[in-house]
Design a protein around this ligand. Structure first.
Ligand code: ZN
Ligand code: ZN
Length: 336
């Protein structure tokens, strides 16, 4: 385990609470299978499919409401406000820190909107409001939403670009000291998504977590997914490879036979069965204990791209939204 610097201030508690409250519902946090990071074998978008950066035309968003679905047409900045409010919380932060954090998140959400607009064209809308595209919630009219609206207005028309194209602005809640490259998490790569040491999130003590599933329930969870199927038996779970951040990149499942799977695939199978608070990251150790497996880990999310906890700590230190983005996505530009 990495040594953590425990900083006991009310601000730190507020920052942690902000991350936990704001990010906990995000798939970007919890690591759905890659919506980005195309693997070398996956088809890459054709130039004609890439959205026009200049396009600020309204965006059609499918909203799921109490089991029913409807499509609304939104001004892109109204859409970004709803995404910002869904993806990060800034309650309890000093106004100047909150402003920098919200500006950063507005740039991320607008960039993802532009990069992925039209993803659901065949379904009759542009983007869904779930983690598949980007989480969107109809915003309230409270003080935080007003702050978010101001941040969206102050970054109007700006997105994060790499070599003339909008980036896939991937982020997660807490990298626990080192981010990972998509190569070791899902496969595929982007030049602006690299593994980087991040000691800022370590300044805010986040507790290690433990998840202890019963062996039979774990076997059932793994068997629900063809990639992680073990059959009638589950004798052992072993980490056989780690990336430079310490995340389990390859995991051996010994059941009727033996299968080696990506850490992200293993985690995804568990999140589907046990929920978002189960295996919070692939930064864990695992051992058998009686009829259970004990997973002990740190961090929250897949670990690729921007670490929101580190970003909050940087904003608290006075870093601008652009400085923060340049750290987590090296080589990018903010373009209007
Ligand atoms: Zn979608
Ligand atoms: Zn971090």
């Amino acid at each position: 385990m990495k040594r953590r610097v425990r900083v006991r201030t009310s601000l730190c508690r507020a920052l942690r609470a902000a991350v936990l409250a704001g990010v906990a519902t995000s798939c970007a946090t919890h690591g759905a299978p890659p919506r980005v990071a195309p693997s070398p074998s996956a088809p890459t978008p054709r130039e004609a499919e890439l959205p026009s950066v200049a396009s600020a035309s309204p965006i059609r968003v499918q909203i799921a409401d109490h089991g029913s679905r409807r499509v609304v047409t939104l001004d892109i900045d109204d859409y970004v406000v709803g995404c910002v409010m869904a993806e990060i919380g800034v309650y309890g932060l000093p106004p100047a820190v909150a402003e920098r954090v919200l500006e950063m998140q507005a740039l991320l959400c607008r960039t993802n909107a532009v990069a992925n607009r039209g993803r659901h064209a065949q379904d009759g809308f542009d983007l869904c409001s779930g983690s598949h595209c980007q989480i969107y919630r109809v915003p309230d009219n409270d003080a935080m939403t007003k702050l978010a609206r101001r941040a969206v207005a102050s970054t109007r028309g700006q997105i994060v670009m790499h070599e003339g194209k909008p980036i896939q602005a991937i982020f997660h809640a807490d990298c626990a000291g080192h981010t990972s490259a998509p190569e070791t998490v899902w496969g595929g790569s982007e030049p602006y998504l690299r593994a980087r040491a991040d000691d800022f999130c370590l300044r805010l003590h986040t507790p290690a977590w433990t998840f202890t599933p019963d062996r039979d329930r774990l076997r059932e969870a793994l068997n629900r997914n063809p990639n992680t199927r073990v059959g009638h038996d589950l004798r052992d779970v072993r980490v056989v490879a780690r990336d430079e951040a310490g995340r389990a990149s390859r995991i051996e499942l010994r059941g009727e036979g033996s299968v080696v799977v990506r850490g992200a695939a293993f985690r995804w199978a568990l999140l589907q069965a046990f929920g978002a608070r189960s295996l919070k990251s692939t930064h864990f150790t695992v051992r058998r204990q009686g009829g259970s497996f004990v997973f002990q880990g740190e961090g929250n999310g897949h670990g690729v791209g921007l670490c929101q906890l580190g970003a909050l700590a940087r904003a608290r230190d006075g870093h601008s939204a652009e400085t923060i983005l340049r750290f987590y996505y090296p080589g990018i530009q903010i373009a209007s």
